[in-house]
Design a protein around this ligand. Sequence first.
Ligand code: ARG
Length: 498
Amino acid sequence: MDTFYTYFSEKKGWAGLRELMGTTFSERRQKQTAIRNFDIICTGPEIDTEAALESTSPLNPSSTGRARPGRHRKPMPLSSKPRRRCSGRWVAVIVLVMLTLLVLLAIGAYFLKTLIDSKFFFCKTSFKFISRSLACDGKEDCANREDELMCVTNMTVNSTFPVRLVTNSSVLQVYTRSGSWRLVCGEGWQIQHTQQVCQQLGYSSNPSSSMVAVNSLPSSIKTGFSAVTPSNSTASGISDLLTDSSSCASGSVVALSCSDCGQALGSQDRIVGGTDTTIEHWPWQVSLKIDGQHTCGGSLVTPRWLVTAAHCVAGTSNEVDLWVVQTGKTSLSPWGVSVDRVVVHGKYAKNDYDIAMMRLASPIKVQAATRPVCLPPSGLQINSSEPLWVTGWGYTAEKGTVSTILQKADVPFIDRATCLKLYGSIISPRMLCAGYPEGKVDACQGDSGGPLVYKMQRWQLVGIVSWGVGCARKNRPGVYSNVDELLEWIYTVMEKTS
Ligand code: ARG
């Protein structure tokens, strides 16, 4: 009655009384039960007993003795189910929120690191940041000039690289102490000599040698012979082991295969006028990126070294660690592996000597989608009836965009005299031209640094996409760095870079 009075007089007057009277006992019971159930969910089991006693549905039969039977009533199991439901849900929500926060935090940290990395160089020993523009050498150095260690370097080669492979069968010639190129007789040649020469050429895996009959060779290369002399000396180069000779007693000379290069998936069948292809057909093709953006193409020539164009590197930052190399993928993605050396030709200027090399931080695994291309034998004569192939993700039209899928196109070789007529004397011996007189098919922006290859028994890298006037224009063929003229530089870089 107390409650009734308070309710009537203080709160709602007669309306309140009617409201109270109009509520049946069972309705009020239900309301109270609902309120109690809510309490159970949110406060825990101490209310359980009371609620079980008053409620129409048994919450815990152990506290009521026996559950009253009813159509929809089933005894509850012994456990305090309401509480479990409550805490289980909350734990799940908390875990979910924490996980989301962690993921967001990790993403934030990644972007922050990328941002800081792009603006600052961290000196590990002196524990300080210096602006990227000061590394490689914009001056202000880290304590032990650590910021000068990972920079693009230039290299010019003045001396003759003393070993080369010639003709389609890769016959070995050595520049001996007498100052001439000489073939090497088969007699006395052993596996360790093969290993030594291949290593000197920058190859460390799968070297093998074969013998080629002297009388099957063109006279142009028979400029002299030499033979291994048994010695116990600690020779530094193969030429120290050779003695000039007028002929070979065995009648044969050494030919070498230093690498498992130039093999690709079956034969054929943007580049402007090209078609979609897959990386397994051109497994040496790589994409070079800065800030995740495709910048240029490149070609693996060993599992660790790739060849590209100097102009791809020269216009950008001098820091090696900004480069990322995507290998073994048909489609462009922002990811790749890092690089620990970048070497640009010291004579690179105005499209001449347009070559650079990069060394991957760790070698690729040679497999179907990642495999080096062969460096051609010196003085390789390209048969103009055979096509050259150019591949890349470059523009598919002169004012177009890059292609996400690797493109291929075949372009005929254009002899030097014709190319000189088309472009004039800017065509140096370090350049070669390829394309159709009417244009239509060509490399374009973004293909630079990528391969121009020629198929013999194996694929040979004969050119590097370098320049052109527009893309695929009539009488304006693509111009490529002439690998044949740059072989010595390539071998020297691989040999001399520690
Ligand atoms: N220089 C261009 C690049 O950086 C490649 C130009 C090739 N042009 C041509 N018409 N073949 O990607």
